[in-house]
Ligand binder design. Sequence first.
Ligand code: BES
Ligand code: MN
Ligand code: ZN
Length: 484
Amino acid sequence: MTVLSLSATPVDEARADVVVIAAFAGDDGPVPADEAHGPLVERAATLGALGKADEVVLVDGSGLVRAPRVAVVGLGRRDRFEPDAVRRAAGAASRALAGHATVFSALSTLDLTAAAEGHLLGAYVFDRYKEPAKPPAQGIALLEPAGTQDAEALLRHAVVAAEAVAFARDLVNTAPNDLPPAAFAERAVAAATEAGLEVRVWDEERLRAEGFGGILAVGSGSVRPPRLVSIRYAPENATRSVALIGKGITFDSGGLSIKPAQGMEHMTSDMAGAAAVTATVLAAARLGLPVAVTAWAALAENLPSGSSYRPGDVLRHYGGTTVHVLNTDAEGRLVLADAIARAAEDAPDQLLETSTLTGAQVVALGNRTMGVMGEPGLRDRVAELARQVGEGGWAMPLPPELREGLESPLADMANVNWDRVGGMLVAGHYLSEFVPDGLPWAHLDVAGPAYNHAKTWGYTALGATGVPVRTLLAAVEDLARQDA
Ligand code: BES
Ligand code: MN
Ligand code: ZN
């Protein structure tokens, strides 16, 4: 991975293959973010630069700076400026500058955290199956912002966050044939053990012995059996605790309620929630946050076969609630209900659950905004934090009348509402049944934001995005702060 460092060298003296500076989009062309860079931005303007978001224009540095080339990246309009504009610009620069070994960036003077995260996230490549055409930068030096006391600490935090995102992206980008539930579990065990964390794995026998009927049923169609993984970070100075629960469907064909062929390949990303919670607990440990975090990954492969669970089956969740399965493609809530019920037994102070749960989330909010449901206070806070870290989030209600669609004459609940209205919210209702009264909880539906199959933008390549790792990390840090 690309290595970040801090530098106090002025931009015009920096020794690097390319220097990165920024420009806003003004009414009459690009406006330099730092007035001292006017002549460089003018050079970019003659090549058509406007200063728009995601724009990267390479100009000749000769006569103005020591570096041979300068990348002028767009921040968009100044009146709409937010930290994510810097993260996005840094990411776009990193992607555009692949093939340059060393980069010097002045974006850090606008926002050190955002520049560091953006540069690293934009430099991410997944090379398990092929080498990238041009390698990402080996080193990126960030110009140290004047007057910042804690630059080293901010940089380290950004690196931990970006590496957590990369860890989650790696899991999601791994093809489903290479990542059955047991392989995900092994990778989680390896990472947790290396970090010195306690980790437990429920195999299919133990899942059966303890009554995890949802996870077992969803996994029953695959010859590659399901798993439940729990990783615990419990520092001695922790006075509060949070459970993080993630949907880990390593491939979602829909099962017997099979999905259409077109787009089914995207369902390699249906374990993004499990990847995110795994990455987050490891990051919390690396940062030494004074809060206990337990991550739960509910892992199964949803396939049709002679041993699959059926529409019409009645299952018994962990804890005893029965469910009438009307659609085997509504499998996420089935594995999550078991995991939520189990996680709640440990009586955490908060419960955060995340999943690529519904196509309805994408219909309602698109590909860049997660839907956040749950206890109103925590829900609103998490949605706010998602926006702050640039992942995009919006609070969604759980209207009581939508709960009625889950009533079943045969069992405690049905797993879908047949009228199909408000699908994201109905799924939220399903999960809420397994959260004990009084426990603050939030459900983050990241069906769209977790995986990018449209086009690259900012620090987001095609494939896994790593959403919602940075939101979860921010939420855990928020809880740690509440205690102080
Ligand atoms: N994994 C899907 C949801 C999904 C859709 C994720 C698109 C990412 C992109 C989930 O298991 C699913 O199939 N949900 C069904 C629920 C329905 C049967 C009630 C859906 O959204 O169609
Ligand atoms: Mn499904
Ligand atoms: Zn699914």
